[in-house]
Design a binder for this molecule. Structure first.
Ligand code: NAG
Ligand code: NAG
Ligand code: NAG
Ligand code: NAG
Length: 388
C-alpha cells in the first residue's frame, strides 16, 4: 500500500505545503507621539495609565523631558526619543555634547525604561536646510557615544518629512530620494542604517498630500474602500486603494533605486487633524479624523503590509497624543494655522472611540486558523493519496 510512488507524491505535497504563502505577517506596533505639554494637559505621571486605557504600548517623545522618561521606569511601554533639531549642529561638531545629552536623557533610566530608538532631529532638513551636512555626523556621534557607554540595543536614525525626502512619488515606482542641495546624505545614511540594524524614519501625512494634490480622491486618503477608488501603478502592475500604502511604497521604491532594499521603515508621524483655524481646511474635522485613524489601525492590524512591502512597516506613531490648545502647527508644512491633531483633547478626555491595540492575539487566532485549515485540507488529500 505504501510504495515509492506514494512516497514521492507525499514529498511533493509536503513541498507544496512549504510553499503556502503567508498572507499576513505580524502587525506593526502602534504608538503615539507626545510633544511639549500644554498647561491644561494632565500631569506626566498619569501618562502610563492613559496609554494603557488606549491600549498603546509605545510612545514617541519630541524633545523629551527627563521627568516624562522617568514616569516610564519599570513599565512595558517602549520609548522613542527625539533629539530636538536645534541641538543637531552642535552634536555634529562636538562629541561631548552627545554624551551630555545621553547622560541626561538615557543613562539615568536605561534599561529600566525601555528606550528603543533615538531620532537625531525631526524633519531636520525642513527647519535647517543650510545645516544638512551636519545631520550624518551628529547621528554617527550619538551612535558612537552610545557604544562608548556600552549601550548596543538602542538604534539611532533621523526622521524625514515625506514631501522633502521623496521626489516624484506617483506612481510609487517612480519615486526617488531628493538629496539636500550640495550634500551627499541619503546613500551614506542608508549604509549607516544597514550597518547598525537601524530603521528609516519618515513622517507620512496623507492629509498633507491630499491637500497638495487636487487629483487625489478623499476616499483614498481616508482608507475608504470603494470599487472605483484606486490608483494603478502601471510599471509594477500594482493597484493601490489607499494613499498611505502609496506613500510607503514610494519610500520602498526610492530605497530600492538607491540600492538598499531591506531596511525597515518606521512611520514616525501620521494622523489627521480634527480641527483647524484656517477657514479653507474643511477636511480637518472630527468625522474624517476618526475615519482616518480607524482605517489606519484596521489596515495595520490586518498585517497584510503594502503591495511592495509584504511585511509592512515596523512601527507607526500616530501624531499625536494630546491636542495643543493654541499655536500648534504641523511639523511638515509651513502654514501658520493651528490644527488639532490629538487623539485626546488637551485636557486629556477622550475624543474618539478607537481601539489602538495591535491585536496580536487576534492576529494569531485568525492567522493560525487559516493556516491550520489549509494544512488539514492538504493533509486529508495526502492521506487519501496514501490510501489509494
Ligand atoms: C510587563 O510585561 C511582563 C511580561 O509580559 C508582565 O509580567 C508585567 O506584569 C508587565 N508589567 C507591567 C508594569 O505592565
Ligand atoms: C563641547 O560641548 C561641551 C559640553 O556641551 C562644552 O563644555 C564644550 O565647550 C564644547 N566644546 C566646543 C569646542 O565647542
Ligand atoms: C544586526 O542584526 C543581525 C541579525 O539580527 C545580527 O547578526 C548582527 O550582529 C546585527 N548587527 C549589529 C551591528 O547589531
Ligand atoms: C475637555 O475638553 C473638551 C474639548 O474642549 C470638552 O468638550 C470636555 O468637556 C472637557 N472635559 C473636561 C472634563 O473638562
Amino acid at each position: 500500500m505504501f510504495n515509492n510512488h506514494h512516497y514521492f507524491i507525499a514529498l511533493l505535497f509536503l513541498f507544496f505545503l512549504s510553499l503556502i504563502p503567508r498572507s499576513t505577517s505580524l502587525p506593526p506596533c502602534i504608538g503615539l507621539t507626545y510633544s511639549a505639554p500644554t498647561t491644561s494637559a494632565p500631569p506626566p505621571d498619569t501618562l502610563p495609565a492613559q496609554l494603557s486605557t488606549l491600549k498603546i504600548n509605545s510612545l514617541r517623545l519630541e524633545d523629551p523631558d527627563p521627568t516624562v522618561i522617568r514616569t516610564f521606569l519599570y513599565t512595558n511601554v517602549t520609548l522613542f526619543l527625539t533629539v530636538p533639531n536645534y541641538l543637531v549642529p552642535t552634536m555634529a561638531s562636538n562629541r561631548s555634547s552627545t554624551l551630555r545629552w545621553l547622560y541626561t536623557h538615557v543613562v539615568p533610566f536605561y534599561p529600566r525604561a525601555r528606550i528603543t530608538t533615538i531620532s537625531v532631529g525631526n524633519a531636520f532638513l525642513d527647519s535647517y536646510p543650510q545645516s544638512a551636512s551636519s545631520l550624518l555626523p551628529a547621528i554617527t556621534n550619538l551612535h558612537l557615544s552610545l557604544r562608548d557607554l556600552g549601550i548596543r540595543k538602542i538604534t539611532v536614525s533621523t526622521s524625514f518629512s515625506f514631501v522633502t525626502a521623496i521626489s516624484a512619488p506617483f506612481p510609487p515606482s517612480s519615486a526617488q530620494f531628493q538629496e539636500p542641495p550640495g550634500v551627499n546624505l541619503i546613500g551614506p545614511l542608508l549604509q549607516f542604517l544597514r550597518d547598525t540594524n537601524s530603521s528609516f524614519l519618515i513622517n507620512v501625512y496623507p492629509y498633507n498630500l491630499y491637500r497638495l494634490k487636487s487629483e487625489i480622491p478623499l476616499g483614498i486618503a481616508l482608507f475608504q474602500e470603494h470599487p472605483f477608488n484606486f490608483r494603478d501603478d502601471l510599471v509594477t502592475g500594482v493597484r493601490y486603494r489607499n494613499l498611505f500604502d502609496m506613500m510607503i511604497d514610494a519610500v520602498v521604491s526610492a530605497m530600492a533605486v538607491a540600492g538598499y532594499e531591506s531596511i525597515p521603515i518606521i512611520v514616525t508621524e501620521t494622523g489627521w487633524p480634527s480641527a483647524s483655524t484656517a477657514a479653507n481646511e474643511v477636511e480637518a474635522n472630527p468625522v474624517y479624523a476618526e475615519i482616518y485613524l480607524k482605517g489606519l489601525v484596521k489596515h495595520l492590524r490586518s498585517g497584510i503590509g503594502t503591495p511592495l512591502l509584504k511585511d509592512g512597516v515596523k512601527e507607526v506613531y500616530v501624531y499625536e497624543m494630546f491636542d495643543k490648545k493654541e499655536g500648534s502647527t504641523s511639523t511638515t508644512t509651513a502654514t501658520s494655522s493651528a490644527r488639532s491633531w490629538g487623539v485626546l483633547y488637551a485636557n486629556g478626555s477622550t475624543k474618539y472611540s478607537i481601539d489602538f491595540s495591535s491585536s496580536i492575539s487576534n492576529y494569531l487566532l485568525e492567522g493560525s486558523w487559516i493556516n491550520v485549515a489549509l494544512r488539514v485540507l492538504l493533509s486529508s488529500f495526502l492521506v487519501l493519496f496514501l490510501w489509494i
